[in-house]
Design a binder for this molecule. Structure first.
Ligand code: OAD
Length: 240
């Protein structure tokens, strides 16, 4: 049984609350996670998300990337979990959200203090001239999409395997974790580093952790960690 009272006590007693989210928070918006039985890694070749492979084979990668990410994201809307986090931030109850997700749903829900740790599908970047293009301005009728300035291939503005985390995202996340006293870890398998170090940094600085996930495997329960089993929408509805 989930200890919602304890979660509410922790939330009421904390001054600097942040959320750290992964693909699980967007599952109830119809977006597939990366891992698990419905995960995209079971269906598609993960090399498409390696930077070296993408740069050498943009014609092969782009239709898959469009299908897996852009088509799904266009059809998706923020769910109650995204919206409640945004409302809680507006009400001053939580300070910000760090997400690993590239779907832009936290921004669309209205979260303003947002770190998109792995970048976003909302924009694309020209590999040649650095031009940044809003993805909504492209109809994706012809793939790969190309830069209107120099006609070079555009890359989704998210972090491929083999690329570094953008400095500003990393620095902001670490700064927030140093002052965080309660971190809500929502819908992540927590196995991709350096993102997975974010709860560790918060813990090192004395934060309590509330973990929200339907899958309890690998999650510890102790005086600093509270595990709440369930989908993000159901659990966030209970505690925020
Ligand atoms: P994963 O696909 O690894 O994990 C999704 C997590 O969400 C799992 O722990 C599920 O149990 C949980 N989950 C499923 N349904 C849920 C629901 N309705 N509510 C809450 N949780 C639910 O996704 P991430 O941990 O986000 O990297 O993956 C981390 C990174 O790996 C991604 O950012 C991506 C990928 O490679 C990049 O794109 C660079």
């Amino acid at each position: 049984m989930n200890d919602y009272n304890k979660a509410k006590e922790w939330i009421a007693g904390a001054k600097n609350i942040y959320a750290f989210t992964g693909a699980g928070i967007s599952v109830e918006s119809g977006i597939q996670p990366f891992r698990g039985k419905d995960g995209i890694y079971g269906k598609y070749d993960a090399r498409m998300l390696e930077i070296e492979y993408f740069l050498q084979h943009p014609n092969e990668c782009w239709p898959v990337i469009y299908d897996v990410f852009y088509r799904q994201i266009k059809a998706a809307k923020p769910n109650v979990a995204h919206i409640k986090l945004a409302e809680s931030e507006a009400a001053g109850k939580i300070q910000g959200v760090i997400t690993q997700n590239i779907d832009g749903l936290h921004a669309r829900a209205g979260t303003r203090n947002l770190v998109e740790f792995h970048g976003t599908c909302s924009t694309m970047v020209c590999m040649q001239c650095g031009n940044i293009v809003n993805s909504d301005d492209s109809d994706f009728k012809k793939l790969p999409p190309v830069c209107s300035h120099c006609q070079s291939v555009l890359k989704p503005n998210f972090v491929f395997f083999g690329e570094s985390i953008p400095h500003s995202a990393y620095d902001t996340a670490m700064r927030w974790m140093q002052k965080c006293d309660l971190l809500m870890v929502i819908g992540t398998s927590g196995i991709v580093f350096p993102a997975a170090s974010i709860p560790q940094v918060a813990t090192m600085h004395g934060a309590k952790i509330i973990i929200i996930n339907p899958d309890e495997s690998g999650h510890q329960q102790n005086q600093h960690n509270l595990f709440l089993k369930g989908g993000a929408v159901e659990v966030i509805n209970e505690i925020l």
